[in-house]
Design a protein. Structure first.
Length: 98
């Protein structure tokens, strides 16, 4: 052993906990993280959440127009039909598996 500490101190010393929460400052200029990792962390932090209308649109493409009192567009109607067909196909495939 090439340590300067006494042997009695070496035996009783405990190691620091590794990977503790908030042990790194996200925008520390002396941090050794790569630029790509910093960009990924920044994008993740800035990613906006979907608003209510966007969530409704994902469930039913005709809902945003209906909620505003308008008739859904032809494209929205086609999207709704395709979505219903795909859900039906997935349901049939799940039934075949069981």
């Amino acid at each position: 052993m090439s340590s300067n500490a006494k042997t009695s101190e070496q035996e009783t010393a405990t190691r620091f906990e590794e990977g503790t929460a908030h042990s790194h400052i996200a925008n520390d200029s002396k941090d050794q993280r790569s630029i790509a990792n910093r960009l990924a962390a920044a994008e993740k932090a800035e990613e906006p959440k979907d608003d209510r209308e966007t969530e409704l649109h994902r469930k039913d493409p005709t809902l945003p127009a209906k909620s505003h009192g308008n008739e859904p567009s032809r494209g929205a109607k086609i999207d709704a039909r395709i979505q219903a067909e795909e859900e039906e196909l997935v349901k049939k495939m799940d039934d075949k598996k069981t």
